[in-house]
Each structure stands twice: as structure tokens, then as C-alpha cells.
Design a protein around this ligand. Structure first.
Ligand SMILES: Cc1cc2nc3c(=O)[nH]c(=O)nc-3n(C[C@H](O)[C@H](O)[C@H](O)COP(=O)(O)OP(=O)(O)OC[C@H]3O[C@@H](n4cnc5c(N)ncnc54)[C@H](O)[C@@H]3O)c2cc1C
Length: 498
């Protein structure tokens, strides 16, 4: 049942599981864990709709590159899925097999651990089962870049799609306008005993549960841990520890422009690096999307420009090379956008400020920076894609200078794919959560969402974070004993196979 905590202060004395945050991760976990007489509570800070008072709590400054953390995230039921775009691309085997070429380990779990929940996660975001991930164009050259494969979710709006189940699932309490403002850790038991929740009038109450799951998005998951004084006193969180570090984004780089040769069509194309490319260049993975824009930005349309090129090319004796420019009938530059992997870097981090928000939680700063390894990835992808365009006769690419001159500041935007701030590792030396997404040093605190990503690959994060949320639900279901059913993701409960 969904209740508004401002007017319905009807929390039970004790829950089996308390989930904090009602975005894709939290909603998936709540529905998957409910049943079998269990009592699950989902506390969501926002209401049914966007509200400035809730959204204000996401305000935070950033240093380094801007991540637009306040504008991109949405703080109400359904979370950022209220405006996500729905692009889905799964992790690949090689994402789990190869450690990043930096001084940090990669994923501590096998690819099969995430792969087994792919179909179920696809179902949750309304992708047809067994449909495979499709390419919209041919390969570029096969050795360095293949056609990217992805699917588009409608996109699923979690609060709308799962409203009925959230209201009707037995044993599940969903409280909206109910903000978690503290995690209370007891050093003697090694457990989170209670969390403190608050409405917007500062009415506070403690929620007791056997297990707690943080599912507030990658930036807030770290913030919740950093904000807890009892976790700091208990030595679980420290300024020098991993909590908040290794913040990663996918790099949306303005690579440059291209012109296609005649007869190549005008549809957008999407290419993806091969594993061989990544090994050869010691780079991250990346998607390059080539799309034609209707408005000409630099050259190709006017007769004057064509004349200029004709004269210039004749002067240097290379007319055969760009003959197509002067014949280009349907002109318009193409632009090259990217979704490029960023390697984990401890200096890109969420850190606490002294200032507090309206509910008394410490504010945070997001510091996001690129490393030489990231610049190498961008440069390698840029140069090779340009070469492939020419070699395969597709067209010509004009790269931005900052792509290949790594001394220049890069023109880069974030994708609003926040990852890595509570990274998964085999030991606390390299991360915050263990293989089961449990916070190191705490018996009963788990983290869901892309904050646990050890590396981010170049796949969209939501479907993979759902795969991990389903895996976490299976783990907790096992810990808590057999359940009578599991959530199918399509509004039905299906029995576990006997
Ligand atoms: C414009 C845009 C487009 C995107 N497109 C794509 C895409 O095409 N493909 C893709 O894979 N991903 C995409 N994403 C990313 C995607 O939205 C996120 O990966 C996804 O929403 C993360 O889910 P989550 O449940 O971990 O976190 P969130 O969706 O951020 O949900 C967190 C929830 O926690 C709640 N909360 C926060 N603090 C508290 C608190 N103190 N107490 C209680 N509750 C709290 C919030 O209100 C929210 O409901 C896009 C993002 C943006 C901004």
C-alpha cells in the first residue's frame, strides 16, 4: 500500500527489510522481496510528482567537470526513470573478464552472475524476451568497430507501471514523502539497528528492520553512508576510505563532424569498439553515434564553400579524395557523439561539506575529472573511427583538435549515468560492498544501483543495475528462507520451481 508519510504515520514496529529509495532499483527490490508473510517497507523521499521542496535536497555543487547532479536526477517516486531515455545495452563478458589498466581491480564476480538475470531485467523494462539486442546499421570494419547492439525500452516509467503492485502487494508498505536522514549503526552488534526518517515538517521517527538496502541512486547512496556519524565512529566510513570515490560517468564527447559519401543514406549509425580494439589501445570501450544534422554547421552547403574546396583540392592534387564533397546533393554535416567508458579514479569523488540541507543532512560536493587513461580512450576511439570512415569508403571525419591533442581541454558532457561511488570489490582495500552488495563491516546493510559498479563499461546502466538488484533479491530471499513466489516483472507472481 502506498501511504503519504506526511499524513499517515503508520510505520510498523519492525520490518524484515527496509529499502531506502523508490527508483528502478528500490521498486524492483520491494516487489521481488515481498510475499511469504514478510514485511517490507520502501521509504521514498519524494511524493507522487515532482516537488521543488524534495528536488531542492538534490542541490549540490560540483568541482572539476560539471555533472549537473541537481538537474538530471529526479527526487520522487520512480526516481530518475521519470525522465530516462530507455536505451538498454547489457554488460559483456569481457567487462567482467578484464581488469581496467589502472591500479584497481575490476569486477570480483563472474559475468554469469549478472547474465542470468538479463531476461528478467529486460522484462521489467518492457523489452520483449529473447529478442536479442539489435544493430541499426552494418559493421564499420569488424576489427576495431562493429555495429552497436541495443534495445529501446518504451521507456518504462517505474512509478506508473508498478503503481498497482506497489499498492496491492501483501506485506509491502510504501511511504512517500518519507526521507531517510540517518543510518544508525551499532558497533557492538555490527548492524544497522534503525534508520531515521523525516517528513518535510521535521517529524522524525526510527524504522527498525532486519536488513536495510540503500537504493537512492549513486550519488545519494554514498551521501547516506558519509552522512552517518555512527558509521564513521564505528570505522566503517572514513575520509580516506572508498565511500564516495571512483565516481564514474559515460563520456559524451563532441568528437567532431563527418560527411558521408553519396549513396550512404541519411540514417544515424551506431558503432561499438571491439575487444581487440580495447586490448590493442589499452583503452576503455565506447559507442560512437554518427548522425546527420539538418542544419549545416561548417561546410558542405553553399556554392562558395564548394568552390573553395574545389579550388583548394585541385591546387593540392587531391581532388579524387574529396570529390564527394562537391557532389554532395543533400548536404549537412554529420555530428559524432559518444558514450565512452571512464575508468574508476579515486580522485573523482563525492565528499561531505559542512553545510546542511533543510532536513539536516550534510550537503555534498561532486568532483568529476578525467585521467590520462580516459583521454587515451577518447583519442584512440576518435582517431580510429576517423580512419575507419576513410578506409571503408564511408566518408570523412573532421575531428575536434581536443580529441587528439590531449593537452587541450576536452569538450565533454555527462550522460547522467552515475556509477562507482560504492564500488564492489573482493576486499575493503578496493571497494565499499562485497560480492553480495553488502557494505564491508556491516552485517545487514546492502547497496543497490549503479553505485556498486566496479567498472562501467559502455553500456547503459539501468538494465544492468536491475540485473544486480534481482541478484541481491535472490540472495536476501535465500537468507530469509524460502518464499512462496517471486515477482515476474509483468505484474504477476510466479511460483519458484520446486
Ligand atoms: C535524462 C536522463 C536520461 C537517461 N537515459 C538513460 C537510458 O537511456 N538508459 C539507461 O540505462 N539509463 C538512463 N539514465 C539513467 C537512469 O535514469 C538511472 O540509471 C536510473 O534511474 C537509476 O535508478 P536508481 O533506482 O538506482 O536511482 P534513481 O532513479 O535516482 O532513484 C533513487 C530514488 O531514491 C529517492 N531518494 C533519494 N534520496 C532519498 C532519501 N534520503 N530518502 C528516501 N528516498 C530518497 C529518490 O527520490 C528516487 O526516487 C538516464 C538519466 C537521465 C537523467
Amino acid at each position: 500500500m502506498i501511504k503519504d508519510y506526511r499524513t499517515q504515520k503508520e510505520l510498523r514496529d519492525h520490518y524484515d527489510v527496509c529499502i531506502i529509495g523508490g527508483g528502478p532499483a528500490g521498486i524492483t527490490l520491494a516487489l521481488r522481496l515481498a510475499g511469504n508473510g514478510r514485511h517490507i517497507v520502501l521509504v521514498e523521499g519524494g511524493g507522487h510528482e515532482y516537488s521543488p521542496v524534495s528536488q531542492e535536497l538534490y542541490q549540490c555543487p560540483s568541482t572539476g567537470l560539471d555533472v549537473y547532479a541537481a538537474e538530471t536526477r529526479l527526487r520522487f517516486l520512480g526516481g530518475t526513470s521519470n525522465h530516462w531515455a530507455g536505451r538498454c545495452r547489457p554488460f559483456e563478458r569481457s567487462d567482467f573478464a578484464v581488469a581496467p589498466p589502472i591500479h584497481l581491480p575490476g569486477w570480483p564476480i563472474a559475468f554469469s552472475e549478472i547474465e542470468r538475470n538479463l531476461e528478467a531485467a529486460m522484462d521489467i523494462v518492457d523489452l520483449p524476451p529473447h529478442s536479442g539486442f539489435k544493430a541499426i546499421n552494418a559493421n564499420l570494419d569488424g576489427d576495431d568497430f562493429v555495429a552497436d547492439r541495443f534495445l529501446l525500452s518504451p521507456p518504462t516509467r517505474f512509478a506508473q507501471k508498478y503503481a498497482k503492485e506497489l499498492n496491492e502487494t501483501e506485506g509491502l508498505d510504501v511511504f512517500i514523502n518519507c526521507n531517510c536522514v540517518d543510518l544508525e549503526f551499532d558497533s557492538k552488534t555490527g548492524r544497522i539497528e534503525t534508520i531515521v526518517v523525516s517528513d518535510y515538517e521535521m517529524h522524525r521517527e526510527k524504522v527498525r528492520a532486519k536488513q536495510f538496502i540503500l537504493a537512492t541512486g549513486a550519488i545519494e547512496n554514498a551521501r547516506q553512508l558519509l552522512n552517518s556519524e555512527s558509521l564513521a565512529t564505528g570505522g566503517i566510513v572514513s575520509k580516506d576510505g572508498f565511500v564516495g570515490r571512483c565516481f564514474m560517468e559515460h563520456l559524451n564527447v563532441d568528437m567532431g563532424t563527418f560527411i558521408l559519401k553519396d549513396g550512404q543514406g541519411t540514417d544515424a549509425r551506431q558503432y561499438f569498439t571491439t575487444d581487440a580494439f580495447v586490448t590493442e589501445h589499452e583503452s576503455g570501450k565506447g559507442n560512437v553515434t554518427a548522425s546527420l544534422v539538418s542544419e549545416v554547421k561548417a561546410y558542405g552547403r553553399t556554392a562558395a564553400i564548394k568552390d573553395f574546396f574545389e579550388n583548394l583540392i585541385c591546387d593540392i592534387g587531391a581532388e579524387h579524395k574529396i570529390e564527394f564533397i562537391t557532389r554532395f546533393d543533400c548536404p549537412g554535416d554529420g555530428v559524432l557523439g559518444t558514450l565512452i567508458e571512464q575508468f574508476p579514479n579515486p580522485n573523482s569523488r563525492i565528499s561531505m561539506l559542512d553545510e546542511r540541507d533543510a532536513l539536516g543532512m550534510k550537503k555534498i560536493n561532486v568532483h568529476w575529472e578525467l585521467t590520462p587513461a580516459d583521454r587515451n580512450t577518447v583519442k584512440s576511439i576518435g582517431l580510429e573511427v576517423a580512419k575507419c570512415f576513410a578506409d571503408t569508403g564511408l566518408g570523412f571525419v573532421k575531428l575536434e583538435e581536443c580529441v587528439y591533442d590531449v593537452e587541450l581541454p576536452l569538450k565533454v558532457n555527462p550522460h547522467a549515468h552515475h556509477m562507482g561511488t560504492t564500488r564492489m570489490a573482493a576486499s575493503p582495500e578496493f571497494g565499499v560492498v562485497d560480492e553480495n552488495c553488502k557494505v564491508f563491516g556491516v552485517e545487514n546493510l546492502y547497496v543497490a544501483g549503479s553505485s556498486v559498479f566496479a567498472t562501467g563499461g559502455a553500456c547503459n546502466p539501468t538494465m544492468p543495475l536491475l540485473q544486480l538488484a534481482l541478484r541481491l533479491a535472490d540472495h536476501l530471499n535465500q537468507e530469509m528462507g524460502p518464499s512462496i513466489g517471486r515477482y515476474s516483472g509483468t505484474g504477476e507472481f510466479v511460483d519458484f520451481p520446486s
